[in-house]
Unconditional design. Sequence first.
Lengths: 368, 284
Amino acid sequence: MVARADFEQSEGAGGTDIRFTGRLTLARLGDLPTRLDALGPIATLDLSALERIDTVGAWIVTRTVKEHGAKVTGASPEAQRLLDALASDKSEYRVHRDRRPPLTRMLEQVGTASVGVWNELLGIIGFFGAMIMALGTQLRARRRLRWHAIVTRFQTVGLDALPIIGLMTFLIGIVVAQQGAVQLRQFGLEVFTVNLVGRASIRELGLLMTAIMVAGRSGSAFAAQIGTMKLTEEIDAMRTIGVSPMEAIVLPRVAAATILMPLLGFYASICAIIGGGVFCWIGLDIPPVTYVQLLRDIIPMTDFWAMLIKAPVFGILIGVTGCYEGMQVRQNAEEVGKRTTSAVVAAIFLVIVLDAMFAVFFSSIGWN
Amino acid sequence: MSDAIDEQVAEELAAADAVRPEEFEHAICIRGLVNQFGDTIIHDHLDLDVRSGEILGVVGGSGTGKSVLMRSIIGLQTPTSGEIEVYGKTLDTISDEEESRDLRRRWGVMFQGGALFSTLSVAENIQVPLREFYPRTDQKLLDEIAAYKVAMVGLPPDAGPKYPAELSGGMVKRAGLARSLALDPALLFLDEPTAGLDPIGAAKFDELIRELADTMGLTVFLITHDLDSLYATCDRVAVLAEKKVIAVGTIPELLATEHPWIQDYFNGPRGRAAASGNQTAKRR
C-alpha cells in the first residue's frame, strides 16, 4: 500500500518540526497544502522518509521554506536537484493580467466599444474607397476583370442560395397575406390583401430578406475565407508576388454579390408574390388569373425600379463588409469567428439603415 | 472531510497506483507495429524499445513516419496492427476510461507548432491539464505551479499572462514545453522541438531539455531533424528507414554500422559539422 502524501509533526525549539511521509507528488497531494498552511511557525522540514517527490512537492517545500524560514533536512539527491531548480525567486513571475477597478473598467469598455464602432465605420468607408481605386487602376492598366473568379462565386452566392431564399420568401408571402387579410376583413376589404402583398414584396420584403440571407450566407463566408487566408499568410504571399489582394480576392467577391443581388432580389419578390397568391387563392377565393391582373394594375413600375436601384447597393455593402472584416483578422482563430459575426451583424444593420434612407428618398421624389 | 470526498480520494489513489513508472525497465515497448493509409504502408512490423530515463532521438527522412509513430504511441492514430505498450499497458485494449486517463497523466506531449490553445494565456494553458486531472486543487496553488513552470522553461517573468499570439516562435515552443510538463509526467514526447528556431535558440532549447530531463528524471521521446540536437541531448538514437527502425544505439554505435542512409546522414556535410561542433563544445 502506497501512502498518500502526509506529514508527522513534533514540537521543537524554534517551532514545529515536520517529517514528510509517502509520496509528495501532485497525484498524492490531497489537502496537504491547506493543512500545512494552518500550522504555526515551522522550524525544519525532514524529507528523509519520502518515497518520491516531484516538482509540485518540491514547490510546496520551497514555499514553506520561504514563508517560515524553515530548514530542509534529509533531502535525497533527486529531491535536492528539484529543490535547487526551484530555489530562485519566482515572485516576479506573473500569472494574471493587472485588474482595474470595476467602474474604470466599465467606462473603459464603453469608451473602447464606441471608438471601435466609429473606427469600424470609417474602416468600411476607407476600404470601399480603396476598392474603387483598385478597380480604377485595374481598368486604367487595361487589365481584364477576373471574370473567372467572379463567375465561380455566382454558384456559391447565387445558385446555391436559390432554394433557401425561395422557400423563405414564399412563406413570408403567405404570412403577410394571411395577417393582412385578417385586418382588412374587418373593413370588408379583403381584396386589398393583393395590394399589400404585391407592393410590399416588390418594394421591400423580397429584397430585404434576400439581403439578410446573402449577408448570413455569403458575407460570413467572405469574412471567414479571407480571415483564414490572412492567418495562413496567403494574403501576404500574394502581395509579395505582386498580385493585389484587392484585385484578386476582394473585387471578384464584391462584384459577384453586386451582380447577383438584383437577380436574387427579383426572384425573392416573385416567390413572395406566389406565396401571397397561393393564400389569396385558397383563403380568399381570388383565382390566380385575377390575382395577376390585379397585380398589374396595382404595382407601379417605380416600385420595380426602386428595388433594382437598391439591390446592387446592398450587394456592394454586403460584399465590402464581409471582405473588410476578413481583412481585419489578426493573430488567432478566435478572431476569425469574431470578425465573421461582426461582418454579418454590420452588413444587416447597414442594409436596414440604408433601406430606410432609400424609403425616405424615394417618397420625397414622388415614387409612392 | 465528508465521506464522498474520502471515497473520491481513495479512488484517485487506487488509480495512481495502477501505473508506477519507476518499476519499468522500458517505458515504451513497440512490437510488430503496422500503419497503413490506403495502399501506402508507413510502418511494416516496426519494433522499438524506449528505456526508462533515457532521451531517445528518433530520426529519419521526411515521410518515414516519425510523427505517425508518435501519434500511434499516444493514441491519436490507431495502428493497423501490432502492439504498443506504455508502462505495460496497451492503449487499444484499455476499455476503462479511468485507466486510459491514468496513462495519459503519465505523459506530456509537445507538438511541433506548440499547439497552445490560442484563446487562453500561457499560464491558463499550463493550468488546463492540472484542472482536468486535479479539479480540486486550489487556485493559489495552480497559479504558483503555473508561475514556477514558466520559470523552469526559461520564459521571462511577464510571459504568464500573455496570449500565444503575443509570443515569438521560441517562446511558443517553451510555453508548449511548459504545458507538456504541467502534470510532472514521467514520459515526454517532443515533436521537432527545435524546428524553426535560430541556432542559438535551438542550442538553448537543447540544453533546457537535457537539464529538465536530468532534474525531473524524464524519459524523452524526441523526434528531430536537427543533428546538433542529437549530439547535444540524446542518449540513444533510433533511425527510421525502410518502414522499420533499422538501428538503435548511441551515435558512435550508429556510425559503426554500414547502412548507407545512416552513413549519409551522419557523415554528410551537415552531420560532420554537427559532430565537430559537438567535440569543440566538449573540449571547452
